[in-house]
Design a protein around this ligand. Sequence first.
Ligand code: TYD
Length: 626
Amino acid sequence: MLFVRLLPALVIGPVAGVWADRFNRRTTMVVTDVIRFGLFISIPLMQTLPWLFAASFLIECASLFWIPAKEASIPNLVPRNRLESANQLALVTTYGFGAVAAVVFSALSFVNRVLAHEFSFFRTNPVNLALYLDALTFLVSGLTILGLSELSSARPRGLAAEGAQQPGVLTSLREGLKFIGGVRWLRGLVLGVSGATAAGAAVIGLSRVFANDLQGGNAAYGVLFGTVFVGLASGMFLGPRVLGNFPRRRAVGVAIMGSGGALAVDAVVPNLALAVLMTGLLGFFAGIVWVVALTLVGSEVADELRGRTFAFIYNLMRVVLLVAVAAAPFLAGIIGPHTVSVQGVHVRVDGVTVTLFAAGVLAAAAGVVCLRLMDDRGDIPLRTDLLAAITRRDPEQGRGTRAGYFLALEGGEGAGKSTLARRLATELRDRGYEVVLTFEPGDTAVGTRVREVLLDRSSAGISPRTEAMLYAADRAQHVSEVIRPALERNAIVVCDRYVDSSRAYQGGGRALDDREISHLSRWATDGLQPDLTVLLDIDPEEGLRRASRVGATDRLEAETVGFHRRVRAEFLTLARRGRHRYLVVNAAEDPDAILERVLGRLDEEALPDLPAGRTTMTIPLAEAPQ
Ligand code: TYD
């Protein structure tokens, strides 16, 4: 039975995906709607059991063609920023209408009874009216879609021009699979969504036995089963509002972890009310996963691949759902009822508990892997995003763009940063890169004035907090006026001093709280961190001696040696904690050797990705190699 139900999805599903990417999607939808209209009408007309089965099967097949065509079309109908709402609506009308259908069915049977008085036709089979109405809905759908002129030219964009040779079906299919497998975040999405689906399916498959174990009867079964769907619908409906501006790629993994966690707790709670609550929560998270995942695929996968991608995900979900619904009771049966006693306390480890718990843990693990694979905000801790979401703040912008490269040079007085920065810039420019050489404090018009206040010895009475805020103010201007625009142009930014200087001088040196300083800088920069920080480490006495040879000492150079020692220690601590984002070099080394080391490191990690020459090229998200 399982196999028979899976077969259409397995065989026709992939072809339907290819179809949606090759032919006019509006025509596909209209034709399959008309076919389904005809099939529904034919059921009451034929009145035979074999035809009922055959027609159901054919309807299912037609739907397999309709779904990917529809999903792939929605992003072409609504603007990107409304896509999530559109998907919400589509999902709620799909999954939430079970309840509405029940009401309509009752109403119909009443109408039917009335009609049966007049027409003998309705006396023989009271279900017919429902089937006719059903058929009519497909006709309405078909006519509606026919009227969507925005879709009329919806031959998927990016296809070979009219008349040109199209690749074969198998080639397209292979191309689709290769695409899904080759994009890191899509792999994560597929894995995660499978995990969440399996978790939900395990509850559905086991809810009957589970309800009995909790000393609930049939009613409890109904409640548990229904709660999954109520949870799903509310997750789809409320999810986006609950998420606020929480970054969507992260939301998928987090919600999957949530649904797995809820299931694991669900498995071990001894009480029906709690179990219902947890089941609802599981559904809620799964609902969020589904809306967000659909929207991500809709907005980030290129039009000509979208049909195949949706078809792949839908079919995989069908397979996972059916297999998990069937396998869960089977596994639970094999494990059977056991109790173990731990120090005289009896703990139930029956098959249901173990299976549900294991499914929950597996789903949560899938969520973790999914988060890793989908994460595009490596520079911003998840904690920061969660906190921002809870307090309803906008998330930090962070790197913001994948373009460009941001190198910061840090170190105490007289470490030779400025010399290194100049030589680096010359070297990189010679290789054809656009290099923006800049410094803090003071490399903007506003910053120049701030710098005067900061470094002039007449500002001796400035309080540590004022000082910290002025550096942050200079930095905020610098980031928005100089650094971000340069990165967006795909330039290499070499910045003499950045956030770490504040943490070392104001945090280490002035002994302000490091977390506060770092918070202030994060706020000023909206989370922009360097791709690499080169720390030129130098003994403060040697450094100050070098610096004093250059010219008059400024207000900070005039600080005690003890101050500068604390600064050095803080720099080293930051570098140790930041590990791979740092390169620590001994500033006493030969300057040529230092330059070579930095260039060597840049060669390793960044420069190959940047187009040499002053081309400004941004890689569109959909096609970005992962
Ligand atoms: P500058 O002459 O630019 O120093 P250097 O050549 O040593 O880089 O002066 C910057 C001074 O400001 C320097 O003493 C370090 C200090 N500073 C801070 O205390 N906090 C900060 O956030 C920054 C950027 C600099």
